[in-house]
Write a protein that binds this ligand. Structure first.
Ligand code: IMP
Ligand code: MG
Length: 183
């Protein structure tokens, strides 16, 4: 076998653990949003695509899905600026909004998106849900309302998370062997 899975040095979360975690998150969200309608779930592309696809099937409520595409990472570190790849915003007027992302790191991405939605979209409420929360110092003051797993301050790939655009299709989350990082 020479698939990308062999590029991992360590697996942090396997498929079974990920599935169980998402079922628990979905159950908590279903309970909390039972009387909060209408609901829009907005994922941050590309990283949040797999997370959204799995999580919405564990949220047993009527909802709409939206996405927004931004980038801030270069290689394995945050560039410090969040670039929006589209001009328009999703239609969130008068809706409860749950923003999803693969990982909370410096916090700039979630903060920038939440601020734009608040300023431009007239939502009824906004909450955030990340699959991973990195234990590191945030550059801005933000924590997610729902967190799947906590991870240490290291660079991880898989289940939506990329290194230079690759590894998003790994079904588990892990750390790359040193030889697969560009020198
Ligand atoms: P933040 O804006 O620094 O919180 O970073 C959030 C974005 O950076 C996420 O949406 C990811 O795309 C990316 N990111 C942060 N940490 C990692 C990592 O360990 N692996 C892959 N991508 C990451
Ligand atoms: Mg991302």
């Amino acid at each position: 076998m020479s698939g990308p899975r062999n590029h991992l040095e360590r697996i942090l979360f396997g498929e079974t653990e990920i599935r169980k975690c998402i079922a628990d998150l979905g159950a908590a969200i279903t309970k909390d949003y039972k009387d909060k309608r209408p609901l829009s779930v907005v994922t941050i592309l590309q990283g949040g695509a797999l997370f959204m696809a799995d999580l919405i099937r564990e949220i047993h409520l009527p909802l709409k899905i939206e996405s927004i595409s931004v980038s801030s990472y270069e290689g394995t570190s945050s560039s410090g600026t969040v670039k929006f790849h589209q001009n328009g915003m999703p239609d969130l007027n008068g809706r409860h909004v749950l923003i999803l992302d693969d990982i909370l790191d410096s916090g700039r991405t979630l903060f920038a998106i939440q601020s734009r939605f608040e300023g431009e979209c007239q939502p009824l409420s906004i909450q955030t849900c990340v699959f991973l929360s990195k234990q590191c110092e945030r550059a801005v003051e933000i924590e997610a309302d729902y967190v799947g797993f906590e991870v240490g301050d290291e660079f991880v790939v898989g289940y939506g998370l990329d290194y230079n655009g690759e590894y998003r299709n790994l079904p588990e989350i892990g750390v790359l062997k040193p030889e697969f990082y560009e020198k």
